[in-house]
Design a protein. Structure first.
Length: 278
């Protein structure tokens, strides 16, 4: 790691829900917590920020005793190596008081002397599983309309990203695109792509442990899926051509919704196989 990079302190934030297709963003944080030495260092408590009918508390059995676990945001310190420590923030996307929630997040980052905040997201898009999943970058203070033509709803990663830039942090967002025709299962390939991009920004090589193997199994399952559906196979080949020829990620198709529904029905057949005929 360069001397200038070593002076930077990073906080990585990921939120479950609308911003987190196939849990690829929050799984990136979970991977860091699983692989590296980490410890909880703070929380944003739940009552002011969550609608419990949409982010429900969970009943858990802890050491033989039942307890209710409420949705909350947790901060961790993660030691990557002897030279690199990062901070992470993870929780469900809040339902209320986003401005106050972001300010509390940024106060915590300030207390930890963070210089850079990286928010993670994952979105369903028209891209092919046979190609490297696209990852888009955006800066919180980027006002150049040439760099981002999107206009529409945003989630808490974008709001936090812009709030961080306004408060003087170096802020950026990373969003990985997930093939929409594969439904809502976990996407280790998307998690691996976010981890790769994070490593290039922070200047470290993250331990991917079993991610590569899981990503390969994910691709093989998708290959099997398209072999069983001619229309879906044609659609994926169309996406491949578009990505290869022009790099476009948003490929309009009038049949996308129907293909997604057919794909989900096909995948459900593996979870609930038909009873054998007598």
């Amino acid at each position: 790691m360069s001397e200038s990079m070593s002076k930077r302190r990073f906080m990585i934030a990921a939120f479950g829900g609308w911003n987190d297709a196939c849990q690829a963003a929050t799984d990136t944080v979970r991977h860091l917590l699983d692989v590296y030495e980490s410890r909880e260092i703070g929380h944003i408590c739940c009552d002011s920020y969550y609608d419990y009918q949409s982010s429900r508390p969970m009943m858990c059995n802890v050491q033989g005793r039942k307890r209710i676990v409420w949705p909350e945001t947790t901060f961790y310190e993660v030691t990557i190596d002897e030279h690199t420590t990062v901070y992470v923030e993870m929780g469900p996307e809040p339902n209320f008081h986003w401005s106050d929630y972001c300010q509390r997040s940024l106060r915590f980052a300030d207390e930890c002397e963070v210089t850079d905040i990286i928010t993670l997201g994952a979105m369903f898009a028209d891209c092919a599983h046979t190609r490297a999943l696209p990852v888009s970058h955006s800066d919180g203070d980027d006002d150049d309309p040439e760099n981002d033509s999107y206009c529409g709803p945003v989630g808490i990663p974008t709001v936090l990203n812009y709030a961080a830039a306004e408060d003087g942090f170096e802020a950026r967002s990373l969003w990985v695109s997930i093939p929409q025709y594969l439904g809502g299962d976990d996407c280790p390939a998307g998690t691996m792509r976010l981890l790769e991009e994070l490593g290039s920004i922070i200047g470290v090589g993250f331990d991917e442990t079993d991610l590569a193997d899981r990503a390969e199994k994910w691709r093989r399952k998708a290959d099997m899926l398209i072999r069983c559906n001619d229309d879906l196979s044609d659609y994926v080949h169309h996406l491949e051509r578009m990505m290869d020829e022009s790099g476009e990620r948003d490929v309009p198709t009038p049949h996308a919704k129907q293909l997604v529904e057919e794909t989900e029905e096909f995948l459900r057949s593996f979870d609930h196989p038909a009873a054998p005929e007598e």
